[in-house]
Design a protein around this ligand. Structure first.
Ligand code: 5GP
Length: 188
């Protein structure tokens, strides 16, 4: 008997909005698999290669583009990020749910290839809240804070105008936001 086709869930949202926290919990509470992206950025303290990202050099990344191994990719602040196609394809064939945490540029590429995927945008309750959360992170110097805040606002604008997202989850209360995404992942 063939199993039902799996499900692709794409989660985007600006940095500082809490999407990593939400996605980690969603993966724990459901049977969704996390799609591990490749990136050329340096690991942050606490990040584990192969779990949070696969950290690669630029030549390796470019080789994967040339060999058409990426479902989508984008450049963010001078670093490349991309989703390897194979694990996504395999999960879908095996009837699994796979969750991609990617930026809006990437989500738009996935939408072109797989318009039936489920697209979830995590948004902050307001610009002020986003600013406070980005500041509160403490890992950013002033310049990179400004860059991330600018990109965050731009990303929300493009996301809202793209028409790609089926669901917008406002992260006012983290537990409520997690539950909403769990419900989306588990819905038929
Ligand atoms: P960070 O460096 O903070 O982990 O991620 C920076 C941005 O890159 C975030 O918006 C994140 O969602 C996005 N990102 C992470 N992995 C991928 C990916 O595989 N593809 C795309 N397009 N964006 C990604």
């Amino acid at each position: 008997m063939t199993k039902a086709h799996g499900k692709l869930v794409v989660v985007s949202g600006p940095s500082g909005v809490g999407k990593s926290t939400i996605d980690k919990e969603v993966v724990q509470r459901t049977n969704a698999i996390f799609s591990v992206s490749i990136t050329t950025r340096q690991p942050r303290p606490g990040e584990v290669d192969g779990r949070d990202y696969r950290f690669v050099d630029r030549a390796t990344f470019e080789r994967m583009i040339e060999r058409d191994r990426l479902l989508e990719w984008a450049e963010v602040f001078g670093n490349l990020y991309g989703t390897p196609t194979e694990p996504v394809r395999q999960a879908i064939v095996e009837g699994e749910t796979i969750l991609l945490e990617i930026d809006v540029q990437g989500a738009m590429q996935v939408h072109e290839k797989m318009p039936d995927a489920i697209f979830v945008l995590i948004a902050p309750p307001s610009d002020d809240v986003l600013r406070d959360r980005l500041k509160g992170r403490g890992t950013e110097d002033e310049e990179s804070f400004r860059q991330r805040f600018g990109k965050a606002q731009e990303e929300l604008r493009i996301a809202n105008e793209s028409g790609v997202y089926n669901h917008v989850v406002i992260n006012e209360d983290i537990e409520a936001a997690i539950k909403q995404v769990v419900d989306i992942v588990e819905a038929e």
